[in-house]
Design a protein around this ligand. Structure first.
Ligand code: COS
Length: 389
C-alpha cells in the first residue's frame, strides 16, 4: 500500500494505483523508449488511458470523469510517471490544468461542451499562459482580446503550450485591458478547429519528448461571449488557482520519476560487481542509496499532504498554494537529484540509451521548470511565510 498509515488511503485508492501500475507496465513500458526517440505523440496509449478514466480522475461521473479524489489522482499519476513521464505530462494537463479549471470556474454549458469530451478521453485539452516574452512574470502578456458586441477578437502568440499540436480545446489567458496589468487578463475557452487558430512551431525538447509542445497563434480568432471563462479581469487569479492544482500533479510526476531512478539504482547496486564485491557494499554507492530513499520518502509526504490540502479546499474554499508549491519544489529537486545520482551509480551504461536511466535524467529536468520554476516556488512559499502577499 502507498503511504505509511498517515494518510487515509481506501480500497478505491489501492485499486486505481494498481490499475495505473498495470497499465503503465503492460502498455506504456514497451513503447516508451520508441516514442521518446521519435518524439511522436502516443495517441493509442493516451486513448486507452482515457477509456480507463485516467483523463478526468477528479471530474464527477456525470461530466465524463472517474469521480475520485485528489489522492487517487496523485497515486495514478505517480505510477504512470514511474514508467513514462511524457504520458504523465499529457495526463496531468488534461486533469489539472484543463478539466479542473473549468469545473471550478466554468458555467454548466462550458462543463458540458468542454469537460465532458476531455474527461472521457475523447479529446485532448491544453492550457496556455506563457508567451515568448512572458514566462515567470505571467502578468506581462502581450496577446490581446478585444470585445466586439457578443464576441471577442483574439490576436497574439503563445508559447510552450503542452499538447497544443494535438489539442482540440485550450484554456487561454490573454489581455483584455492592458492598462490594468494582471487585473486586465481574461480567460477564454478556445476551439482549435475554428478559423483564426493556428498551430505554430513544435518545440524540439530535451525530455518528455513524446508529449507534444508548440507555439499557438491567434489571427483574428472570434471567441463568443459564452466561451469566456469567469469574468473579464479574473484571468490571472484563475490561472494562478489552476496552477496551484497543476503543481500537485507535477510534484507527483517528479515523485514517480525519482522512484523509477531509485529502483533501477537499487537493483544495479545489488547486482553489479567491482573490486570483488557488489557495488552496493561500498559506501560511495550505499550512501547515495540512503540519500535517494530518504529524499523520496520526504517528497512523498509532501505530495500526499498537498493532495489532502486540495481535497479539504473543496469544502472550505481555502487556498492550498503553499502546500502545492512546497510539494512541487521538493519533489522536482528530488527527481533531479535521484536521476542524476542514478546515472552516476550506473556509470557508462547509465549514459547509454540501452537503459531508461538517461531518459529519467532528461525527463526530471522539466519538473524544475514548468508550472513555475523552483525559483518561483521559493518566491510563492516565502511571500506567504513573510506575509508579503
Ligand atoms: N490563487 C489565487 N490568486 C492568486 C494566487 C493563487 N495561487 N497567486 C496570486 N494570486 C492573486 C493575488 O492575490 C493578487 O491579487 P490582487 O490582484 O487582488 O492583488 C494577484 O493574483 C497578483 O498576485 P501577485 O502580486 O503575487 O503577482 P506577481 O505578478 O507578483 O506574480 C507569481 C506572482 C510570480 C507567483 C506568478 O506570476 C507565477 O506563479 N508565475 C509563474 C507562472 C508559471 O507558473 N508559469 C508556468 C506556466 S504553465 S507551463
Amino acid at each position: 500500500m502507498a503511504g505509511n498509515g498517515l494518510f487515509p488511503f481506501t480500497d478505491e485508492h489501492e485499486s486505481i494505483r494498481q490499475a495505473a501500475r498495470n497499465f503503465a507496465q503492460k502498455e506504456i513500458a514497451p513503447v516508451a523508449a520508441e516514442f521518446d526517440e521519435t518524439g511522436e505523440f502516443p495517441s493509442k496509449t493516451i486513448k486507452k488511458m482515457g477509456e480507463l478514466g485516467f483523463m478526468g480522475i477528479e471530474v464527477p461521473e456525470e461530466y465524463g470523469g472517474a469521480g475520485m479524489d485528489t489522492l487517487a489522482y496523485v497515486l495514478a499519476l505517480e505510477e504512470i510517471c514511474k514508467v513514462d513521464a511524457a504520458h504523465g505530462t499529457i495526463m496531468s494537463v488534461n486533469n489539472s490544468l484543463f478539466c479542473n479549471g473549468i469545473m471550478k470556474f466554468g458555467t454548466e454549458a462550458q462543463k458540458q461542451k468542454y469537460v465532458v469530451p476531455v474527461a472521457s478521453g475523447k479529446a485532448i485539452g491544453a492550457y496556455s499562459l506563457t508567451e515568448p516574452m512572458s514566462g515567470s512574470d505571467a502578468g506581462t502578456m502581450r496577446s490581446r482580446a478585444v470585445r466586439q458586441g457578443n464576441e471577442y477578437i483574439i490576436n497574439g502568440r503563445k508559447s510552450w503550450v503542452t499538447s497544443a499540436p494535438v489539442a482540440e480545446y485550450i484554456v487561454l489567458f490573454t489581455m483584455t485591458d492592458p492598462e490594468k496589468k494582471h487585473r486586465g487578463i481574461t480567460a477564454f475557452l478556445i476551439n482549435a478547429s475554428q478559423p483564426g487558430f493556428v498551430r505554430g512551431k513544435k518545440e524540439p525538447k530535451l525530455g518528455i519528448r513524446a508529449s507534444a509542445t508548440s507555439e499557438i497563434l491567434f489571427e483574428d480568432y472570434h471567441c463568443p461571449l459564452e466561451d469566456r471563462l469567469g469574468e473579464e479581469g479574473e484571468g490571472f487569479k484563475i490561472a494562478m488557482a489552476v496552477l496551484d492544482a497543476g503543481r500537485i500533479g507535477i510534484a507527483s510526476q517528479a515523485l514517480g520519476i525519482a522512484e523509477a531512478a531509485y529502483e533501477a539504482s537499487l537493483a544495479y547496486a545489488k547486482e553489479r560487481e567491482a573490486f570483488g564485491a557488489k557495488i552496493g557494499e561500498f559506501q560511495g554507492i550505499s550512501f547515495k542509496i540512503a540519500d535517494m530513499k530518504t529524499r523520496i520518502e520526504a517528497a512523498r509526504l509532501l505530495v500526499y499532504n498537498a493532495a489532502l490540502a486540495k481535497e479539504r479546499a473543496k469544502k472550505t474554499g481555502e487556498r492550498f498554494t503553499s502546500e502545492a508549491a512546497m510539494a512541487k519544489l521538493f519533489a522536482s529537486e528530488t527527481a533531479m537529484f535521484a536521476a542524476h545520482t542514478a546515472v552516476q551509480i550506473h556509470g557508462g551504461i547509465g549514459y547509454s540509451k540501452e537503459l531508461p536511466v538517461e531518459r529519467y535524467f532528461r525527463d526530471a529536468k522539466i519538473t524544475e521548470i514548468y508550472e513555475g520554476t523552483s525559483e518561483i516556488q521559493r518566491m510563492v512559499i516565502s511571500r506567504m511565510e513573510l506575509g508579503l502577499r
